[in-house]
Design a protein around this ligand. Sequence first.
Ligand code: NAP
Length: 257
Amino acid sequence: MNFTGLVAAITGGAKGIGKAMAQQFAARGAKVAILDIDPESGERTAQAMRETGGDAVFITADVGDLSSMERAAQQVAQSLGNTDILCVNAGIYPQAFLESMTEADWDTVHRVNLKGMFLTVKAFLPQLKQSQRGRIVLTSSITGPVTGFPGWAHYGATKAGMLGFMHSAAIELAKYGITVNAVLPGNIETEGLGEIGEEYRRKMEAVIPFKRLGKPEDVAHAALFFASEGAGYITGQTLIVDGGQILPESSLALEDI
Ligand code: NAP
């Protein structure tokens, strides 16, 4: 896959899955804009990519704020050119159990994950329309669309909501040649997941047929596919990247493997 001459903008690109997407697109010739609320990590990621020959800029942007995203989109166009590939990846996943979940907990997660997706697409749509091969890749999750986990009802609602958005957006944007697809990661070893502890990791690994958590690159490769020239006739689709985690119909299925 070659992305030479194309511009990729990646929200939440300072760390984790978004950082791997930024690195993988840059390694294949794309000019990459990292959009994130964490300027220290974002600048460090962009700098490291430039040092290895990549064309990367960091732009501070909050996906939950339309004016911030419009400003960021303008800065991408000025510094790299019009965006061809938009990875809507920024997301947060604080755990909160229903009995203690506050309205603020609910709103915070929805502001970033769901409203943030809409505002990101809205801000970049004028640029994507000008591209010969506009691509939108959403980072959803298995949690919500396919599975559930205590403490993530609000999170799961946003990740399932992203797919609801995708289905209509894919139809609306087809006339511009823009595809809209989603990657659904399982448990991926990122900075965001890092705090969650050794016991969680051990238990999770035990129920994944591949017996390991995913790497950010595993998800980035799925995003590269959706953004590739060859995927131009694929829209409104999902790709699960979970090492087989959702497959076992019970713990019996994992015995003796
Ligand atoms: P991560 O390591 O926490 O990185 C996410 C980045 O997004 C961070 O730099 C974060 O900054 C930034 N961010 C947070 N709020 C933002 C906002 N309002 N505007 C712009 N940037 C913002 O997360 P990750 O694990 O790579 O997850 C990336 C995406 O994958 C998320 O959408 C997540 O739901 C999804 N996902 C992850 C997993 C997993 O196992 N890791 C599984 C399924 C789906 P701060 O650190 O300063 O908040």
